[in-house]
Design a protein. Sequence first.
Length: 599
Amino acid sequence: MRFLNVFLTFSFMVFALVLSAQPESGMKTEAGKCYAKCLIPDQYETVTEEILVRAASTKISVVPAKYETVTEQVLKREASSSLSIVPAKYETVTEQVLKQEASTTLSIIPAKFEKATEQVLTREASTSLSITPAQYETVEEQVLVKEAYTTLRVVPATFETITEQVLKQAASTTISIVPAKYETVTEQVLERPAYSTLSVVPAKYETITEQVLEQEASTTISIVPAKYETITEQVLVSEASTTIERRPAKYTTESEQLLVSPATTKWEKRKADANCLSANPDDCLVWCLVEIPASYRTVTKSVRVGCDEGWTDNGDDCTKVNDVPAKYSSRSYQKLVSAATTNVNEVPAKYGNRSYRKLVSAASTTKNEVPAKYGTRSYQKLVSAATTNVTEIPATYENRTYQKLVSAATTEVTQVPAQFATRKYKKLASPAASNSTDVAAQYGTRSFENLVSDATATSTDVAAQYETRSYRKLASAASTTSNDVAAQYETRSYQKLASAASTTTSDVAQQTRSFSRQNLVKAGGFTEWREIVCDKDITADLVRRVQAALMTRGYNVGTAGADNVMGSATKSALVKFQKDNGLPVGQLDFETLKALGVK
């Protein structure tokens, strides 16, 4: 059947080509105008409808169980009594006790001496020689350093060095002294006469130790505290209840094909085969009727399956009730076993050791003889008198150098005076001489001690020494006081069920989705003969105005815009405008120009 349709279509097209070479019947024949049959595309309308995606259902909301907190007073520790100790009181008693017995002390008055001074020989008389040294006087004289000469600018004068001996110091004599000789004579001389000293033998004591009371006997009280045992019991924390568990119901996904646009046909202009008999290629164009298949859209739906085993179906949810057991906790409190008591303990008196010094023998003195003291004294005794030695000192000379003119300078003679220098030397004025002088004997002062009074002793009474001693005397014995201790309570809280868990049901609306499809309103095809713009009338100005009209309506005529050229972009924009407005497609007809507002 499809082959037959194609054959008929082809036969029709061949027949149309044969007839296209001549005007058809009913075709307008007004001179200067062009006509063509234009293709009008099929016209569709968009139909939108709601499709069910998920059916309506109900939703379960769980209201959990409510608890209220109940607070009560519970015993923590039973009542009892406590004992507090009133300690024993003491008073401090102070008394004077012997620390050291009375005695006497001896003080020594040492022997007294007076200073005595006498003249003693330290060096015997002699004669001494003093040297009067030779005296010199300083003599200054001018000595030639350089003779007078003349100098020339070009050739300087030449000199030779002359060295000669000149007197530096005249001959003289020196006298050296040979000093007198002495020998040291040593003898014993009294420095301090004999005397006696007294030394004190101090008094002797013995230490006596005795027991003395430091604190009187007393009693102490120790408290035996009350005893408790810990009692543990189970107490309710929260009552038994139920919980409701909720989970969404199970759904499966199903897909369905929905028709978007039905199958249709359309005309397409194609080139004829190479066996076309016409010389004009446009005569060989054929129109083919092409089938356009229907289009479908896949829609996914959710279909409810149900709940698992053990769960209850509640509309859009699945629920399950679970039992929650009551909760308990361990609570401990103190129970009195035995009340507090006291123990009385005897505290014996305290004694301490006290020591004091007891006189055994009084102080005394012993006499010691101190012998006379002698010292060694030395003095100088003359052995030989002083003499002199005379020594000859020869004169001394030194070398003196000066410049002596050898040849005078030539050209431009300049007088250079001779140069002199001041030379100093010592000239003997008087020779050395010796003088003899008597040296008297030398005496020195020697000090020694003369005994004035011998050592003695004095006795002084030393009173007995006492010290203050304190000890603790019992004023009141220790005792106890009893105080009542109230029972202790604590606040305990537990959860009491106020309302059990429950559920509430709410409606869940169905879910739909908008679906659009194309319905054929009017089938397209070729129109009757329509007047179109002839090729010679499609000017650049007309193209520019068509492009401007398309651009004003939002159609894209190319990146160049209104370029006065009917290019591919402009043609595509024109075809899209014709299709959007239900106009014949493919020709620049006057109906299209009217729709664009172009004259």
